[in-house]
Design a protein around this ligand. Structure first.
Ligand SMILES: *Cc1c(COP(=O)(O)O)cnc(C)c1O
Length: 226
């Protein structure tokens, strides 16, 4: 089942790339394996996927210890500062940097471990009260702060689009994040390079790819309901 689901997702991604003149090699599917057991994760691994996403530090660390070492683990969930130390060294990319306090902690802990950490800023594009992340209006004030970090490097933006029935409703959200990335790159903030957009989930990854997603995060579409 999981392997068939995965093939379908990859097929849909190929069509989306083709339709928007993009190269499949330039986009990355993150299989969101949160709450899922290792045997299912291994099925996806055996089909060639190496990028997996988790939203809880304990689960990510545990799975990274138990599963093959060439898996790239992406931290996609809200991150508490007291969990940062445990996470660092186990993740290839933190998608969910949603406050300066968290960024401060990541940089400090990375310094202690003498490692460099890549992160994405979570942007609450639709300004939903229920969601974490920076809103567009505060970016001008917030982005210069990242220049002070020596060990944390910002490589792009992530967003969780609203839960909608028709993915087309989120097209404007993805367009807007893409536009923000272009605008902000032109401003050349120190230590901020918006190279990667992490956007699109099971319900809307095709639309997100058409609008410029570099990472799509698909859970249910591969592993089934949680
Ligand atoms: C759970 C989760 C996903 C995957 O959601 P699906 O709808 O199951 O594909 C993607 N991104 C984040 C941040 C998540 O927490």
């Amino acid at each position: 089942m999981v392997k068939e689901n995965l093939q379908e997702v990859i097929h849909n991604m190929e069509i989306a790339c083709k339709n928007s003149g993009r190269d499949m090699k330039d986009v990355t599917l993150i299989a969101v394996s949160k709450t899922k057991p290792n045997d299912l994760i291994m099925e996806v691994y055996e089909s060639g996927i190496r990028d997996f996403g988790e939203n809880k530090v304990q689960d990510l660390v545990k799975k990274s210890e138990e599963l093959p070492k060439d898996i790239r683990w992406h931290m996609i969930g809200h991150l508490q500062t007291n969990k940062v130390r445990q996470l660092l060294g186990n993740t290839v990319l933190i998608h969910s940097i949603d406050s300066i306090r968290l960024a401060d902690t990541i940089d400090t802990e990375a310094k202690k471990k003498n490692i460099h950490v890549d992160g994405l800023l979570e942007i609450n594009v639709a300004k939903e009260a229920s969601k974490y992340g920076f809103i567009e209006d505060e970016l001008e004030e917030v982005l210069p702060i990242f220049a002070r970090y020596k060990n944390l490097h910002i490589k792009g933006f992530m967003t969780i689009a609203p839960n909608v029935d028709d993915a087309e409703e989120n097209r404007e959200i993805f367009k807007k994040l893409k536009k923000m990335s272009v605008d902000i790159n032109q401003k050349n903030y120190d230590n901020i390079e918006v190279r990667f957009l992490s956007m699109g989930m099971t319900g809307d990854y095709v639309v997100a790819l058409e609008e410029g997603a570099d990472f799509v995060r698909v859970g249910t579409g591969i592993f089934g309901k949680r």
